[in-house]
Design a binder for this molecule. Structure first.
Ligand SMILES: [Zn+2]
Length: 445
């Protein structure tokens, strides 16, 4: 089997030539990365026997239209079954339309093989559970031929592994090559429900996978956006548990492996063998730039157990895809500030400060906005919740939109789900947002 991990920037796209069949996993081809010309060279007859889409986030599907327009014939699509009716991005709508046209098969996790007709196996270890959280529902796929295997983890997070995969399929996860989850994000090792646990990542999955090689599909550290993956903490763990070497596509370009019964070799790579020395019987791996360059400005103080840790940036679009963009043009000419008070179930009231100690459930928090905007204005509140409890409670509880004030300049919320949640006030005047507050973080235990 031959596996090509394409360098597509922040996104995933891989090709496999296996038992005479052509398989594509995710499709992040763009004009910029020109991945399609590479596909034309490898899949010369323009036929794709299996197209596997781990989940319909744009960085995994945005090349589908160009692929079809370019005349590629797609015989069978496998997908996670995840749907987001609020998503009106063109690439998302196109993907769903294509799934319907091609009668895509929604894979279900099971210990059994998906296909049995050919000399290779596709196993699905995770699939959609309709809980409304896309990375919890990302496909996790293992492809095996002649005893050699590649594990595609999509954007699956730590919770998926802990709660779904490891209890059911821990004996099936071992793989020669690991395609790292979520572009090397820390979400693979640090569960959002238990943060911050900088010192105690979840590692049971990686100790069972024990790959020879790990590939991270992402931009290089120099090119990636701040706080975006790959994250230092995750790269370190991958490096520790990868037998031979890890590659970041943004640094190495396309990474191609040839796997046969005897060996697993890397093609077209110019890494320096001298930098891989054996010390005390084990490989001393060369430090990747990701480990050296990233993170120098990360705060080093560790916070109490339930506090929001800004290192994770859990309220960013990337980590909280349910967070909506502002509904108005934002031209900040004024200021607005949030003060909050918390009232327990028993009626005891106290001030609460952003990112303060975790509050108990069952109470009420009241946000008050103070602004210097004069004349007529209206305040909207963006409430973003995160944390595994809110996610598990389903899509309806995963909030990220804009809501009106409960009373003049004030918004009241109940403390319901364990995790860190965020409120931000937007002052609008004449259809323009003239002031927005800092993100006010509420921790709940
Ligand atoms: Zn992704």
């Amino acid at each position: 089997m031959k596996v090509h991990f394409l360098n597509v920037g922040h996104g995933d796209m891989s090709l496999l030539e296996v038992d005479g069949k052509k398989v594509m996993v995710d499709c992040c081809a763009t004009d910029e990365n020109d991945a399609l010309s590479y596909v034309r060279k490898v899949f010369t007859d323009k036929v794709i026997d299996y197209l596997i889409i781990t989940h319909p986030h744009s960085d995994h599907i945005k090349g589908l239209k160009d692929l079809v327009d370019d005349g590629f014939e797609i015989k069978q699509i496998y997908e996670s079954g995840y749907r987001d009716n609020d998503n009106d991005e063109e690439v998302y709508k196109y993907a769903i339309k294509l799934f319907n046209e091609k009668s895509a098969k929604k894979l279900k996790a099971s210990g059994n093989k998906v296909n049995t007709d050919y000399g290779f196996d596709i196993h699905c270890l995770n699939s959609n559970n309709d809980n409304g959280y896309i990375h919890y529902d990302s496909l996790v796929i293992k492809i095996t031929e002649n005893g050699k295997s590649v594990l595609f983890t999509g954007d699956s997070n730590c919770e998926v592994w802990k709660e779904k995969i490891m209890p059911a399929y821990s004996n099936q996860i071992g793989s020669d090559i690991l395609h790292a989850s979520h572009h090397g994000s820390r979400t693979f090792f640090f569960c959002a429900s238990e943060e911050p646990k900088e010192d105690k990542p979840y590692k049971e999955h990686i100790t069972g996978i024990v790959p020879y090689y790990t590939v991270i599909s992402s931009k290089s550290n120099e090119e990636k956006q701040e706080d975006w993956p790959p994250h230092e903490g995750a790269v370190e763990i991958y490096t520790d548990y990868t037998e031979k070497k890890i590659y970041i596509t943004g640094e190495k370009g396309n990474v191609v492996f040839e796997l046969n019964e005897e060996s697993c070799s890397v093609e077209n790579l110019t890494f320096n063998e001298d930098s891989m020395r054996i010390v005390d019987g084990r490989y001393l791996r060369p430090q990747t730039t990701s480990v050296n360059n990233i993170n120098s400005n990360y705060p080093t103080t560790s916070k109490s157990k339930y506090m929001y840790n800004p290192i994770r940036n859990i309220f960013s679009k990337e980590n909280a895809p349910h967070r909506k963009n502002p509904l108005w043009p934002v031209k900040e000419t004024n200021e607005v500030e949030i003060n909050a008070t918390f009232q327990t179930k028993q009626g005891k009231t106290s001030n609460y400060y952003s990112n303060g100690d975790a509050l108990p459930k069952g109470g009420t928090i009241q946000f008050n906005a103070k602004t210097d905007v004069l004349g007529q204005y209206k305040i909207y509140w963006q409430i973003v919740n995160t944390g595994y409890e809110a996610e598990a409670a389903g899509a309806k509880q995963l909030r990220g939109g804009f809501e009106e004030s409960t009373e003049h300049n004030m918004r009241r919320e109940h403390t319901q789900y364990k995790g860190s949640h965020m409120a931000q006030a937007y002052v609008t005047q004449g259809g323009v947002c003239v002031a927005k507050s800092e993100e006010f973080v509420v921790n709940i235990r």
